[in-house]
Design a protein around this ligand. Structure first.
Ligand code: PLP
Length: 393
């Protein structure tokens, strides 16, 4: 069956070049980078090379790169590692649209007796920076606000947020799991203290992440163990995956301009044709501040899950903005926080592209989506009510 994979914010294909460079580290170069002998030493050098490549993508110094097991670990380590460093401060600030890797840490801290502020977003998915200013106190241990949203692609004004947070002397973490490789980052000119990335969102395997920690940032290790990662994260390094991530970052840097422009053009083409061909459709999120690969679109009066299943039958892999919670289909917390109307939030679909997508694939989606929406609307009581209200039936 033909597969059109447009769910790259969920995970990406491992690039063939990445797969090729990582394989020998399972079979031939399996030494422990901490070992004294040459067999370990040669592996240590490769880990360091990979660290340099990650640092290059982030515009950071290699000494500021800590390898972790995933984006979730990086987020947890940044927030919990910082609150641990400031035990007297019992306040945490984040947003209402974070990934659960941050959102559920907020819930955990609330349970532990912390005061937590979750900043709201407007209809475009953007933050109110005055609300942020008001939330910060001398009790705030750390602020964690994502760089770009995984569901809508909305990019937050991270440098402005950082300026506000840093003016109060508070550590600032950002979850850039969806950002790295898609838009340029430069930690040398940034207000960010800590930044999370995840390998499997940029064509490296699942199970490898990075936490960037600016030199001088107070940080207690989240995984307590050996001296690895300069004592900032215990555990023998996942060498094949580290080498893979280094290569993926090198490729991402190379593709940053041309390939990402091509992806953006494909996304815009898909968006425009969907809006032209399907009535009662709206795009969710600030279209002027959005990742180049992401399109979150709502089809009023139909359910996202039904659309996904019918798309899936045709080999089209996208994702929906709803989550099945306790048997009822609840719209995603992101769309709810943005105040997307109930009738639209339920029928939201996220298309997230990668450099491997083609125009033919977009045409395949554009050809098949309108009849699917029509078919579902034909059996939707909400659509019938809507048509009646418009005097159309
Ligand atoms: N943060 C964001 C914004 C994400 O989109 C994801 C994954 O979807 C994560 C964190 C978690 O990353 P990982 O799957 O590597 O734990």
């Amino acid at each position: 069956m033909r597969v059109v994979y447009v769910d790259n914010n969920a995970t990406t294909k491992v690039a063939p070049e990445v797969l090729e460079v990582m394989m020998p580290y399972f079979s031939d170069y399996y030494g422990n980078p901490s070992s004294m002998h040459f067999f370990g030493g040669q592996v240590q050098r490769k880990v360091n090379e990979a660290r340099e490549k990650v640092a290059d993508l982030l515009g950071a110094d290699a000494s500021e790169i800590v390898f972790t097991s995933c984006g979730t670990e990086s987020d947890n380590a940044a927030i919990l590692g910082t609150v641990d460093s400031y035990p007297e401060k019992r306040h945490f600030v984040t947003s209402r649209v974070e990934h659960p890797a941050v959102g559920n840490v907020a819930t955990y801290l609330t349970r532990k007796g912390y005061k937590v502020n979750e900043l709201s977003v407007d209809r475009e998915g953007q933050l109110d920076l005055d609300e942020l200013k008001e939330a910060l106190t001398d009790q705030t241990a750390v602020v964690s606000i994502m760089y770009a949203n995984n569901e809508t692609g909305v990019i937050f004004p991270v440098e402005k947020i950082g300026e506000i947070v840093k003016s109060k002397g508070i550590p600032f973490h950002t979850d850039a799991v969806q950002t790295a490789g898609k838009i340029p980052l430069n930690m040398k000119k940034s207000t960010v203290d800590m930044l999370s990335i995840s390998g499997h969102k940029l064509h490296a395997p699942k199970g490898i992440g990075v936490l960037y920690i600016r030199k001088g940032t107070k940080f207690s290790p989240f995984l307590i163990g050996g001296h690895q990662e300069k004592g900032r994260r215990g555990g023998t390094e996942n060498v094949p995956y580290i080498v893979a991530l280094g290569k993926a970052c090198e490729l991402a840097r190379k593709n940053m301009n041309d390939e990402n422009m091509r992806v953006k053009a494909l996304r815009d083409y898909l968006e425009q044709r969907i809006l032209e061909k399907i009535p009662n459709t709206l795009v969710n999120g600030d279209r002027s501040n959005r990742l180049p690969n992401t399109l979150n679109v709502s089809f009023e009066y139909v359910e996202g899950e039904s659309i996904l299943l019918l798309l899936s039958d045709l080999g089209i892999c996208a994702s929906s903005g709803s989550a099945c919670t306790s048997g009822s289909l609840e719209p995603s917390h992101v769309l709810r926080a943005m105040g997307v109307p109930f009738t639209a939030a339920h029928g939201s679909i996220r298309f997230s592209l990668s450099i491997y997508n083609t125009k033919e694939e977009m045409d395949y989606i554009i050809e098949n989506l309108p009849p699917i929406i029509q078919r579902l609307r034909d059996i939707s009581p909400f659509w019938k009510d809507y048509l009646k209200s418009q005097g159309k039936k």
